[in-house]
Design a binder for this molecule. Structure first.
Ligand SMILES: [Zn+2]
Length: 192
């Protein structure tokens, strides 16, 4: 390899992350895990452009939030993202898919740009549009609300009206639900 350069979109991503989360490890070329195979971390076959970055959370970037941001506000050049045994691809509408590669990507996020297969990616990969990294910490994604479990509702619907002083299996079922839902003071003694 004579000379190579980084895709401008990856360069922009690295600069944005560095400006918000100084000291973040950002691999582009030379990561030993990628050297032996076709990879966007190697200069592309046609143009000697490196089309991928590996981002760690050691500068304070929250990686799950980062991934969520990437796939909900995809940069125009973004092709796919890998993190924690999952891959999210533009061609598949960014849906969550299992990633079974040798490297689980548990401690870093892999970002690839451009079009075409790894190591042979072609443009567009030189968009200098913002990746919106500064928005991630100011707008963390909302925590998904935990839906009431169906079985809880089903059991409650099946119970008769229970009044103080009632005894028996139905009281026990209700007490079991209370305990299962975190009311630790409730004993399951089948007595209301
Ligand atoms: Zn990578």
């Amino acid at each position: 390899m004579a000379s190579w350069r980084l895709a401008k979109s990856i360069q922009r991503l690295r600069d944005e992350i560095e400006s918000v989360h100084r000291g973040t490890t950002f691999w582009t070329i030379g990561d030993e895990a990628h050297q032996s195979t076709w990879s966007d971390h190697n200069p592309s076959e046609c143009c000697d452009v490196v089309c991928a970055g590996d981002v760690k959370g050691n500068g304070g970037l929250n990686l799950p939030n980062f991934v969520n941001h990437l796939i909900t506000n995809p940069h125009p050049n973004l092709r796919y993202v890998i993190y924690n045994r999952k891959i999210y691809q533009r061609k598949n509408g960014w849906r969550t898919e299992n990633y079974s590669g040798r490297n689980a990507h548990a401690d870093h996020v892999h970002v690839s740009v451009g079009n075409g297969p790894d190591g042979r990616s072609t443009s567009n990969y030189d968009s200098t549009a913002s990746w919106g990294i500064a928005d991630i910490s100011s707008n963390p994604p909302p925590k998904p609300s935990v839906p009431a479990s169906n079985w809880t509702q089903e059991v409650i619907m099946a119970l008769p009206t229970l009044r103080k002083g009632a005894k028996g299996a139905d009281v026990g079922r209700l007490q079991g639900l209370l305990v299962a839902n975190g009311y630790k003071d409730s004993a399951i003694d089948h007595i209301f």
